[in-house]
Write a protein that binds this ligand. Structure first.
Ligand SMILES: NC(=O)c1ccc[n+]([C@@H]2O[C@H](COP(=O)([O-])OP(=O)(O)OC[C@H]3O[C@@H](n4cnc5c(N)ncnc54)[C@H](O)[C@@H]3O)[C@@H](O)[C@H]2O)c1
Length: 127
């Protein structure tokens, strides 16, 4: 069913992939509510950092609970992690409910970056 992670103290800030894109305040997302899947991944975590830096509230989900918690701790502020398997409809209902409760308002953007299949499997190649 997934597990909602606690909020914590603000962390040191962003790093890693897509750093050049994430480096500047390219837009304002202040007051916006962003729901993000695959948040622990390469693209998802970069998106999370950009939105957090630009003032959005983030509700992040991923199957990798430890990585998600590390990102949540790094972002601090208005970020919440909810570890869940997207293949489980009940878990996704819990994510949606958790996001709406956390935001106490509408979702302004829902961004799906979870990788639900392995590329090699899709291409018919061995893993
Ligand atoms: N990285 C690229 O250059 C690139 C380019 C084009 C498209 N894409 C696509 O964008 C998406 C994200 O790419 P990425 O490089 O960030 O991938 P990634 O593997 O780094 O991240 C994907 C995330 O999805 C999570 N995930 C996998 N299965 C899950 C499940 N059942 N439930 C919940 N979470 C699950 C993983 O834990 C991981 O954190 C993929 O679909 C990829 O094919 C990536």
């Amino acid at each position: 069913m997934g597990q909602e992670l606690e909020t914590g103290a603000p962390g040191p800030g962003a790093g890693g992939a897509f750093e050049s894109l994430a480096a500047g305040d390219v837009f304002s997302a202040r007051g916006k509510n962003v729901l993000l899947t695959g948040a622990a991944g390469i693209i998802g975590s970069a998106i999370a950092r950009v939105f957090a830096r630009n003032g959005a509230a983030l509700y992040m989900t991923d199957i990798e609970a430890a990585k998600l918690e590390a990102l949540r701790a790094e972002l601090g502020g208005r970020a919440r992690g909810h570890a869940a398997d997207l293949r489980d409809p009940g878990a996704m209902t819990a994510v949606a409910d958790g996001a709406l409760a956390f935001f106490a308002g509408p979702v302004d953007a829902a961004i799906h970056r979870a990788r639900l299949e392995k590329k090699n499997a899709r291409l018919g190649l061995p893993e």
